[in-house]
Design a protein around this ligand. Sequence first.
Ligand code: SF4
Length: 429
Amino acid sequence: MTVGIFRFKGSYEESIWDILKNLNLEGKIFGYNTIVIKPNYGSLHLGYPPEIQASIGTDPRLVAALVKLLKDNGVGRVIVAESGMYGVKIDKVYEGLELAKSIPEAGGELYNIDTGEFETVEIGETTVNLSKVFGDCDFLINIPSMKTHILCTVSLGTKNIAVGAIDFESKAKIHREGIHRLIALLAEKMNPDLTIIDGIVSHEYLGPTFGLPRRTNLLIAGDNVISTDSVAATIMNIDSREVEHLKFASERGFGKIDISRIEIKGEKLEDSVVADFQHCCRIDEAGEYYSRALGIEGKMDICGTDYCSGCLNATVGVIWVITNYTEGDTKPFTFVMGTDGEVPENPRGKIYIVGDCQAKNKDKGEFLPGCPPNGKEFYQIFVEQCLSDEAKRKAVEGQEKRKNSKDRRLPPMKHTLKYYQKNNTNENK
Ligand code: SF4
């Protein structure tokens, strides 16, 4: 198992050559008939500020350069395949990031996993519906972005190749039935031939979607996804032995997480570690951290420790939009979500019981059914129930204005604004 660390010096093509040469793939890779590339755009909403987008998704220019290089050197078909998380339409993301143009221009094909065919496969004691596109390829390239993750500690190659390859129903299922174990098992089944982690602009702090961009200028690549993720986690100053899915996979013998046992090429690991990389908060601290990020400190609680980004985005995402219009003017409220969330003894304000995982508690507050709940419906409910008349007016007006505007992007969250001010790079000005 070899993992390479490569400093990005500005040329996508040169970086890819560097990776192929160091991993002895040069030449060999070009003889394949069909190569599938799995990038990471599943949780990317086009409404996010541009720098946040760049840190959440794989750099589209890196993907296009990879496609071009493979095609120019004789690979038959190169297919870029991705699926969306709840509420994300991947065809729109392909268009928004101009992949709909750049990939065909580079000679590749774009594939929408969500509208394609699936086959049912066994993982552990359960089954999932896996996209058929992966069954048809000779070589699989996994190309995630480098992110923290509130539930999985890190979102790197393992999570990308597992969660992004299955249908919506299976995504919800693996969240309910044990995400750490099941993503490790699914990644083992998929066993990508090459994983390239895009750490050019990483996502730190409240990942995978509410954190901050961090320019780290690195690409981490290897032939085993678990070992590659372990090196990337170390660069993020996270102990890979404490990342549950990596630990579980290595105990099964699929990849090494002990850094001293991994052969590392390219840059030295000790020179690459970002010592002050900001980790995500623990999931049981989410209410406190997210409310601070949104500028509504002390007004929002989140109860539960195993919910997924579907419910998180459908609730916190909505609050992000509303608090923007109302400048944080809202009454207090509590979200109860995941399979283990319970209504606390002294809840903060209005109680929202979020998502089908919470059906057991549906009579203990305002139930928002669905997997995940409908964000648009929740917007209306929240405006009615938790805003003063003045704040209500601002929220309705703001939404109307955004609907009629060409630029549908959201302004940055309060904590992102501070980042922009510090780095003087607010592209949303
Ligand atoms: S109900 Fe919510 S937390 Fe449960 S699986 Fe669905 S989206 Fe995830």
